[in-house]
Ligand binder design. Sequence first.
Ligand code: FAD
Length: 405
Amino acid sequence: MLDTTTRNLVKATVPVLKEHGVTLTRHFYARMFAHNPELKPIFNQGNQQSGSQQQALAMAVLAYAEHIDSPMVLLPVLTLVANKHVSLGIRAEHYPIVGKHLLASIKEVLGNAASDELLQAWAAAYGQLADVLIAQETAIYAKAATIPGGWTGWRSFVVSKKIVESDEISSFYLKPADGGAVPDYQPGQYISVKVFVPELGIMQPRQYSLSCSPGQEYLRISVKREAEMPGKPAGLVSNVLHRDVQQGAMLDVAPPMGNYVLHEDRDTPVVLISAGVGVTPKLAMLEHLLKQNTPRQIRFLHACRHGGVHAFKQQVREWSQQFAQVKTMTYYEVPRAEDQVAIDYDQQGRLNLQDLSSDFLLADADYYVCGPRAFMQAQITSLRDMGIASDRIHKEAFGSGGFAH
Ligand code: FAD
């Protein structure tokens, strides 16, 4: 535990962090990549370019300063961050490098306001945070390496099959190139995949949720191609995967990670809520529940723009016809002429949980939400307004950071 003087010094920086946090983190990343370019392949350069990583780190530093008296309240978020770090290959030896550039950035951005005492206080605070994360990450690495079929770091997988699921989503079936076993994982977890990005001239990792239940002889991910849009360049890795990675290609894969998982210790009903490619972890959860012959009631709510981008509709329809406890509700925001109401979708417009009857939504359920940031915010607000306890609301953001929401 840090002493009172140190904690007070860190807390005194809260107003500055609120105002200049992003300036600080922008400076930090630029400094670190200039001095240690070997770290670039570990960090998501798309999030660097969009600015979302700088925003996420600024929020993280601020949250840490605000909670410096009782940092353990941040433990759930730190667990999420530790899982992400392991999936990216961040190791204990990287922390001193990050710490050095963070402290130098505080000094360079705050100028005279950064006294020696303040810098020492932040050095101690950073050291404490690093120790917590390194301990968690060491345990996660060890567990990932020791489970049957497990490994640590990157392992080569071969793309045994590539299947088009919609106009913008394709699935990649991945088998270990060494012929070894596929590890068990919890439905909802993700893997990291690393590919060479020609535009950057370096490797880049990205996380992808496993989109099938565990216990198969492959891992499957389903990737949306992030197309160029006004003001937004085409996504780097998703386009490499769609354009360059075909059946037979090799991919570097990090072990399954993440704590957005199906709670199998509960017998509550399960409500799965997604938009767009946020459907992927839900598919793993649904398939797993059905393979276990679950007696739990299941609702599968999905929103997308129209039938052209509605992935896995056939599979989900078959499951709902086969298993009486599965009921689906699909929303198309802008249906096309060829989209057939009642077969492909139920409602036109956006998903609004408040419009659904409590019979359909199921009281006392666990709710799993995944989709774009604005969609998730809307659903989580609705669930809270409906009085759902926060330990029944489970969420996965497909973006950077863990301090949002
Ligand atoms: P990037 O190059 O990383 O760009 C990301 C976004 O930033 C793009 O929309 C891009 O247009 C925008 N951007 C980049 N530069 C700028 C700029 N200068 N200005 C404005 N905008 C900019 N994705 C899936 O498809 N399926 C999944 O199952 C899935 N699961 C995930 C699970 C987790 C836990 C996480 C964290 C993410 C998941 N993702 C999933 C998202 C995935 O990891 C990638 O983020 C996604 O594929 C985009 O990566 P990219 O390299 O193509 O885009």
